[in-house]
Design a protein around this ligand. Structure first.
Ligand SMILES: Nc1nc2c(ncn2[C@@H]2O[C@H](COP(=O)(O)OP(=O)(O)O)[C@@H](O)[C@H]2O)c(=O)[nH]1
Ligand SMILES: [Mg+2]
Length: 177
């Protein structure tokens, strides 16, 4: 079976994981890439329901069968790291039914700063934090921030209101040193 590339997105509750996906999927579509989304949530499938509609145009973002919601229960990281079997079986189904796809985007349930994905699930790992806690996350670091392929610092429009310093050199020093 064809292996479809997997980009996994993790980060604390409300940091903007779903919003990032909603924004990048139309951009990817414009460039001709076909995508499926798996959205992990602890209790509901609300994110997946929301992500079927493009926020800007209010039209369908992706066909319903390409946006899969998983209500995983328990700790969010369990389903993406310790026991990724639910996600793997959905991926298997997507790969057999839609081998033409270019990418599967997997959203983690909102979790803490030690979140990482099982390497079986992730070809690439994006970790997203927002500025609401000022420099708390870069200062505390944690496995997500330290091991991701791409760190997104989101909600920079709110930085001025919470007094978050967006000096990238400062942020990098906190993460790397
Ligand atoms: N001000 C602001 N709000 C944002 C931004 N990105 C996302 N949000 C809002 O933050 C809230 C949580 O976003 P969501 O994508 O659901 O977070 P998730 O829990 O990580 O999936 C929503 O109300 C979004 O509209 C941003 O860049 N700026
Ligand atoms: Mg979400």
């Amino acid at each position: 079976m064809a292996h479809i590339a997997r980009i996994d997105i993790g980060g604390p509750v409300g940091s903007g994981k779903s919003m990032l996906i909603e924004r990048i999927v139309p951009m990817l579509a414009e460039k001709g890439y076909s995508v499926s989304i798996i959205s992990n949530d602890v209790i509901s499938k609300e994110d997946a329901d929301r992500m079927r509609t493009n926020l800007a145009t209010k039209r369908e973002l992706l066909p319903e069968n390409l946006v899969i919601g998983l209500a995983t229960g328990g700790c969010p990281h369990t389903a993406i790291r310790e026991d990724p079997s639910m996600n793997l079986s959905v991926i298997e189904e997507i790969e057999s039914k839609h081998p033409e796809l270019d990418l599967i985007i997997i959203e983690s349930g909102g979790d803490n700063i030690t979140t990482t994905f099982s390497p079986i699930l992730a070809d690439y790992f994006i970790y997203i934090i927002d500025v609401a806690d000022r420099d708390k996350y870069p200062r505390k670091r944690g496995l997500g921030i330290e091991s991701c392929d791409l760190l997104v610092i989101n909600k920079i429009d709110l930085a001025i209101m919470v007094g978050a310093d967006l000096d990238i050199e400062l942020i990098l020093k906190q993460i790397i040193l």
